[in-house]
Design a protein around this ligand. Structure first.
Ligand code: NAD
Length: 244
């Protein structure tokens, strides 16, 4: 029970990776406040549904979790959206959505959470970057990669700036993960997601793409005391398949 008594906020908790992170924290003793557009049907201790594009909601999320849980020890900024295509096929709406969810929301949540955590003696923040952008650019996802580069850099900055307060900020950088985000992309392009996921797995040295639990395990490690000396790290979780 690594997280006995810990109070956790997870965004994007209804998604593939977020659901796995939430379930694993709760299985290891944490109490978890879940945030997503809808959190119906998610087993959690506190439900904080809302739209991360709503600045008032996002600014208040850390405080709401803190008030409901009696403190805040861990924040996982996991929610994200993917915009595909090169810059020339990217609309203003794509820009606003991707920047809003992938960059501005974690910025707002961290800005609010850090003073609360500092007042409580410290804590851990785990952001979700990506191999795509977080570590190296990938093809035909210009906006997505840019947002993940931004959150990766913000993570490194906050990791330096807030270590002295006992707050560790790190990011997990997955490559392809078998979640609705990936599967919906295959569906949109007319592929059967099961077949496409199996075929994509052949390109990974470990022989399969990641399952949400593979990423959740690393996110929980970064949030745990075992990572007590890690600040500003970008941890690639890629099955041996870097973006090159
Ligand atoms: N799936 C992959 O291959 C992959 C690879 C690298 C990084 N990631 C990152 O992992 C994180 C989780 O992705 P996932 O694959 O589980 O995706 P997912 O689509 O299954 O889950 C994302 C969740 O974020 C929520 N969300 C999006 N916009 C929101 C908004 N405006 N307000 C509130 N909630 C909102 C969605 O409702 C959804 O439940 C994302 O940050 C993603 O960029 C995923």
């Amino acid at each position: 029970m690594r997280f006995e008594g810990k109070r956790v906020l997870v965004t994007g908790a209804a998604g593939g990776i977020g659901a796995a992170i939430t379930a694993q924290f709760r299985a290891e003793g944490a109490r978890v406040a879940v945030a997503d557009r809808s959190v119906d049907g998610i087993a959690a201790d506190v439900a904080l549904p809302g739209d991360l594009l709503d600045a008032a909601y996002t600014d208040g999320l850390a405080q709401a979790a803190h008030d409901a849980l009696g403190g805040l020890d861990i924040v996982v900024n996991n929610a994200g959206v993917i915009t595909r295509g090169p810059v020339t096929e990217t609309s203003d709406a794509d820009w606003a959505l991707s920047m809003g969810v992938n960059v501005e929301a974690p910025f707002r949540i961290c800005r609010a959470a850090i003073p609360l955590m500092a007042a409580g003696g410290g804590g851990a923040i785990v952001n979700t970057a990506s191999c795509w952008g977080g570590k190296a650019p990938g093809p035909n996802h210009a906006l997505y990669c840019m947002t993940k580069a931004a959150i990766a850099q913000l993570t490194q900055c906050m990791g330096m700036d807030h270590a002295h307060q006992g707050i560790r900020v790190n990011a997990v950088c997955p490559n392809e993960v078998n979640t609705p985000m990936l599967r919906s992309g295959f569906e949109k392009r007319g592929f059967d997601p099961d077949t496409a996921v199996a075929e994509l797995g052949q390109s990974v040295p470990l022989g399969r793409i990641a399952e949400p639990e593979d990423i959740a395990d690393v996110a929980l490690f970064l949030a745990s005391d075992a990572a007590r000396y890690m600040c500003g790290a970008l941890v690639e979780v890629n099955g041996g398949k870097p973006v090159s």
